[in-house]
Each structure stands twice: as C-alpha cells, then as structure tokens.
Design a protein around this ligand. Structure first.
Ligand code: PLP
Length: 408
C-alpha cells in the first residue's frame, strides 16, 4: 500500500468532502463525471472577481492588462503541463466536447470528402463519437469503429487493419470512462503517422490520472476539460500541432478571431486566437491555473501511484463479493471500476448505496455503442480521485454487499 501520500492534508483542501449526506459522511466516487475543487481553486475564482475581473485583450487600462497577463500566463503553464511546443498550440474552449466538435467540424470541412473514412473505437464517449458520426453523414464519409477484447482492451490489430488510403483521421480516447482502459496511444499514433494519418486523442479521462506529454506521444490533437482535473466547469483545452491548426478553418466567427473585417470579407487572426471567438471564460482560466498548480505540487507521478493503490484495493474488495462482474480488467487501467452484480440493475445498486452516503454513477456513461457491444444496459461505476481513501472503499464494499442482499 502507498503510505507516503499526504492524504489528510489533501482532504483538508476539499471543503465539499466534509459533509454528511443522509447522516453519513459523503463518499464521492463519481470523479470520472467531475472532480471536486480544492479551496485553492475556489479562492482563485473569488480573487479573480474581487481583484482582476475585466474583459481581456485589446484593453489598455490597468485591469484589462492584468487580466490579460494572467490569462496568457495560464496558456504558458498549460503548454508546460502537457509539454506542447508553443503556446500557439493551446486553444481555450468550453471543454472536451467543444474541442472535439471544433476539430470534427473544421477538419471535416477542410479534408473529408465522400468515400473517405474516419476510424474511432467502440469505447468512445458520445462526445468523441457523435461529432464524427454526424460529420461523416454530412460529408458522405464512413465512421469505422474498432472493437475491444473480453478484458476491455482495444483490438489494436483490428484498428490497424482498418487503415487504408481512404482513412483521413483516427480519433480515440486516452482512457475509457467506462472500462478504465488506458489505450496504447503512442503505438497507434506511430502506426497512423506511417500512413500520413493524423490522430486526435480525447484526454478527458487521461489528463487527471496520467502525466501527459503531447510531443512524446506525437498526437496531432489532444483535448481535455478543466472540471475533470479539479478545475472549474465551462473551461477546457484543445491542443493541436501548429501546422495542423494553421490549416483548419475557424470554428466559430465573431470578435477576437478576426484580424480585419470589411463589408465583403474578413481576414482571420493568428493562432491561437483564430479559434477563440468571443469573450472567453476568463474566470474559468483563473481557476484552471490554480488547479494546475495544485496538480503540479502533488506531482502526477505521486497521484498515479496513489490512485493505483486505490484501484488495486477496491478491485480486491469488490471481487470478494459473490456475483460481481467487472467490465474492464486491463493491466493498464486508470482508477475506475465498472461492475454489475448478477441480474441486478445498476440503477438499483446506485440508489441503495447513495442512501449510505456513497456517490457512484450508474447507466451508460455516455457510451451507448459500448453498452450495445457488451449487451448490457449500463454499469455501476466507482471512479476514484487522489482525495479518496481505503476506508471509503471499505465502506463502499460493505454497502454494495448490503445492496446485493436487499436486491437479490
Ligand atoms: N470524453 C470522455 C472520455 C469523457 O469521459 C467525457 C466526460 O465524461 C467527455 C469526453 C466529455 O467531457 P465534457 O463533458 O467535459 O466536455
């Protein structure tokens, strides 16, 4: 067991965790949906409104310059966090979903023609599925989908077999939000690049669990959301290689993304502003910056180690309950567990353990194609963050066993 993680200090930073629900201490295991925020992030947002609030860029007055500097400083810190080459490659968006829509829409317009193909995987979140599916339908292209094996690991050979001269893009998740599987993205990117095919990585579940180095990975695009990495909602990032972003048309039109506007035509701003139309979420960026500082201080390697010990412990505990079936048992797995018990509906398990203070997610987890593939209605998903404890896992195991007894 990992002993040196400063769990007490960490938990003290998250005010929301210290409350009772249904007269029990809250156990929050819904981190894959959204993480809680440390007081440092909450304070940063408050401070922003008390001291810095102003629209950014173009203003010459004190507050505007101060807010702009903080905003652009955050872009630099994000560049460092994911080891991008240049700040021009960091686009602020509303979140992963908007980042994915941006790429599917702009890339589709520029490159996808009738008869072309895009390759995804069966474990994609709807956010990385529907934009590509709809874009393909509009363009007369085909979305092809690689499957998984019985441990929930991607059939990489099947994916490679789909690559042809028709393939325009490969898009896949770094970490599955249902199975926990960490995909071998580096290997897939290397193979795709041999054929000159760009690769987009949906990092919504990767960014908070793993150190991410986009240059080492060599992905062409990487997306993530602030709220899944202890930052605020409504802010996220699209990373794109400069040469890829340069070639894409703007996604939305409006202020900030223009250079010059005439009655009959417009010239567009340079990167990254070409993709940042309108007033951005400056408050969200302030909070995201504090979240980055928090993660950097804890260290992604430490987080990974501690979460691995939580995953191992929870897997052992749940495996001790007769009838529990796991979905996703890859050796390369982030700290979440999807499971079912016998014929019991996941919703019923979720409802009962909620009354014991435990928040898990039940249902299809925005991955209906995967549920169809697995022939199940959904799962119970317990997803862990670095503020969770072994004692909370003990309590969940007791609660699940109790729910099983009641429902059988
Ligand atoms: N991709 C994955 C793998 C996710 O887990 C999620 C959210 O759960 C998303 C995309 C969408 O993220 P957001 O709702 O923050 O845009």
């Amino acid at each position: 067991m990992f002993l040196s993680f400063p769990i007490d200090r960490v938990r003290a930073d998250f005010p929301i965790l210290h409350q009772q629900v249904y007269k029990r201490p809250l156990v929050y295991f819904d981190n894959a949906a959204s993480t809680q925020k440390p007081v440092q992030v909450i304070d940063a947002i408050r401070r922003y409104y008390e001291q810095d609030n102003c629209n950014i860029h173009r203003g010459v007055h004190y507050l505007s310059v101060k807010a702009t500097e903080a905003f652009e400083e955050t872009r630099k810190e994000i560049r460092e966090f994911i080891n991008a080459r240049d700040t021009r490659e960091i686009i602020f968006t509303k979140g992963t979903t908007e980042s994915l829509n941006l790429v599917a829409s702009s890339f589709g317009k520029r490159y996808i023609r009738p008869g072309d193909e895009v390759i995804a995987t069966i474990m994609e979140h709807h956010s990385n599925f529907v934009p590509w599916q709809q874009m393909c339908l509009e363009c007369g292209a085909t979305l092809r989908v690689a499957g998984i094996d019985d441990r929930g690991m991607l059939n990489v050979g099947e994916l490679f077999g789909m690559i042809s001269e028709k393939t325009r893009m490969i898009t896949l998740t770094h970490v599955s939000n249902v199975l926990g599987t960490i995909n071998p993205v580096k290997e897939i990117i290397a193979e795709a690049h041999k054929h000159g095919i760009p690769v987009l990585i949906d990092g919504a579940q990767g960014i908070s669990h793993l150190p991410v180095d986009v240059q080492d990975m060599d992905c062409d695009f990487y997306c993530f959301s602030g709220h899944k990495m202890y930052g605020p909602m409504g802010i996220g990032v699209l990373y794109g290689k400069e040469k890829c972003l340069e070639e894409l048309p703007p996604y939305q039109m409006g202020g900030e993304m223009i250079k010059e506007v005439y009655v009959d035509h417009t010239t567009f701003n340079e990167l990254p502003f070409k993709f940042e139309a309108g007033t951005p979420n400056v408050e969200g960026v302030a909070g995201l910056r504090a979240a980055l500082h928090y993660l950097n201080e804890l260290g992604m390697d430490n987080i990974m180690d501690y979460e691995a010990s939580l995953l191992k412990y929870a897997t052992e505990k749940l495996a001790g309950i007769e009838g529990v079936r796991f979905y996703g048992t890859s050796d390369w797995k982030a700290s979440l567990i999807s499971f079912l018990i016998g014929k019991i509906h996941p919703y019923d398990v979720g409802m009962i353990i909620d009354k014991m203070g435990i928040a898990v997610r039940t249902g299809h987890h925005c991955a209906m194609p995967l549920m169809d593939y697995l022939h199940i209605p959904g799962t119970v998903r317990a997803s862990f963050a670095f503020y969770n404890t072994m004692e909370e896992i003990d309590w969940m195991a007791l609660a699940v066993a109790k729910a099983k007894k009641m429902l059988e």
